[in-house]
Design a protein around this ligand. Structure first.
Ligand code: NAD
Ligand code: MG
Length: 416
């Protein structure tokens, strides 16, 4: 800390207290993280909070948690926040843009960086935190899907701790041998079972899927989440992204990962060992458990999550996924096996398609069509360096966007 860093004097931070930056604090993961942190005021200190455009919520969070810095991606929103902070007499420095995100992701006082931005937008600040050797709590799965190799290699070089917050990956991490570090291939692991609730359309007749609305797609049976991941959970692309995420985090091949539909969302995933043992992690479906686990690891802290009542749950069901009903899962397996920049192309096409669905420009079943078209139109590069990933991400967004615009004009002309 420099002597001019007057908003964050030493006396506000006890010895041993951990400074936390939350990238994307106004979202679902961000709010859950703050809920856990508020239970441990003597252990964690909120250093920085960030958001895209949600001025009012970020202002309320600044009032409650008095961070040293607040960042808004959008410069106009940053100016509004600055004004509100000034009027309220709060000692919070407001920054803007990608540069502001990088500043708080790499700040010397940030021991822990929570990656909770949605989509590819989180890639650069999260990577900056990894390069700066932080403990990085990874909720934001898309950057890992796009450039897992870069994340794992950079973490190895910098000594950053990559701890998964995605509930399945956090469960897998908890079932790994003691002393396990993400990115390494664990000895004796035969298979990983990635559990999946099946989403809101698990039992809806396939012919009804074409006309489901964004509101129906976002009404997840077990989890309350942001809109993008909610749609991904409805198409099962979320599980496809998680398959790729698991391959990077745990050093396994796509064929070692089995996806299991488990509608109760009580078992968060399982690991099978060479001797036939299968270890699982169970708990109520509440993101505060993986967040608290990764914050305090290897210690355990209170999260506010209520105890699991096995008698109320009574039974646990398992089935295999229907790839005809959910083609996104098939596409994700294909991209995972192809490797290189193919997962980045898959992710970019999906982000564009999901946004178009949320904007009611395409139907639910068009999402997989947009992705399939993009995957088959673009040759992937086997070079998975950051430059190649970012340029294929851009090409995929353009291709997906053009395909959507083409469909819209055909609909307007009455061709389809
Ligand atoms: P959300 O939409 O609720 O929140 C996203 C946050 O990112 C907000 O704070 C928003 O202001 C910020 N943001 C959005 N676009 C941005 C941009 N371009 N630049 C900077 N900041 C931006 O999303 P969420 O549900 O909290 O999910 C966040 C991430 O965590 C996603 O990658 C998701 O897949 C993953 N995840 C979420 C859950 C969950 O339960 N919500 C579970 C597992 C993994
Ligand atoms: Mg998950």
């Amino acid at each position: 800390m420099s002597s001019t860093d007057k908003n964050f004097p030493d006396e506000r931070m006890n010895h041993g207290m951990r400074g936390v930056t939350i990238l994307g604090s106004t979202g679902s993961i961000g709010v859950n993280t703050l809920d856990v942190l508020a239970r441990h005021p003597g252990r964690y200190r909120v250093l920085a909070l960030t958001a895209n455009t949600h001025v009012d919520r970020l202002f309320e969070q600044c009032r409650q948690f008095s961070p040293q810095k607040a960042v808004m991606l959008d410069p106009r929103a940053a100016a509004q926040l600055k004004e509100k902070i000034h009027k309220a007499g709060l000692a919070v420095e407001v920054l803007a843009g990608g540069e502001g995100l990088n500043t708080v992701a790499t700040h010397p006082r940030a021991h822990i960086v929570v990656a909770a931005i949605v989509g590819a937008a989180g890639l650069l600040p999260t990577l900056a935190a990894v390069r700066a050797g932080k403990r990085v709590l990874l909720a934001n799965k898309e950057p890992l899907v796009m450039s897992g190799r870069v994340f794992i290699e950079e973490a190895r070089v910098s000594g950053a701790e990559l701890l998964p917050v995605d509930s399945e990956h956090n469960a897998i991490f908890q079932c790994m041998p003691a002393g396990y570090r993400t990115g390494a291939t664990p000895a004796g692991v035969r298979r990983i079972f990635l559990t999946c609730s099946g989403g809101p359309f698990r039992t809806v007749p396939p012919e009804a899927l074409a006309s489901v609305t964004p509101e129906q797609a976002c009404a997840h049976p077990n989890w309350v989440m942001g809109r993008k991941i909610s749609v991904d959970s409805a198409t099962l692309m979320n599980k496809g992204l998680e398959l790729i995420e698991a391959c990077w985090l745990f050093g396994v091949t796509p064929d070692q990962v089995e996806i299991v539909i488990h509608p109760q969302s009580v078992i968060h995933s399982l690991v099978e060992y060479a001797d036939g043992s299968v270890l699982a992690q169970l708990g109520n479906p509440d993101m505060r458990t993986p967040i608290a686990h990764a914050l305090a690891w290897p210690e355990r802290i209170e999260s506010g999550v209520k105890s699991l009542n096995l008698f109320e749950i009574a039974r646990l069901d398992f089935e295999s996924p229907d790839l005809d009903r959910f083609p996104c899962l098939r596409l994700a397996y294909a991209a995972a096996r192809a490797g290189g920049t193919m997962p980045a192309i898959l992710n970019a096409a999906n982000e564009v398609a999901v946004q178009a669905f949320l904007d009611q420009r395409i139907g639910f079943t068009d999402i997989s069509r947009v992705i399939e078209h993009t995957l088959s139109s673009l040759p992937a590069s086997q070079d998975a360096e950051l430059g190649a990933v970012l340029s294929d991400d851009a090409r995929a967004r353009e291709t997906a966007g053009r395909f959507i615009a083409g469909r819209e004009s055909r609909v307007v002309q009455g061709v389809t």
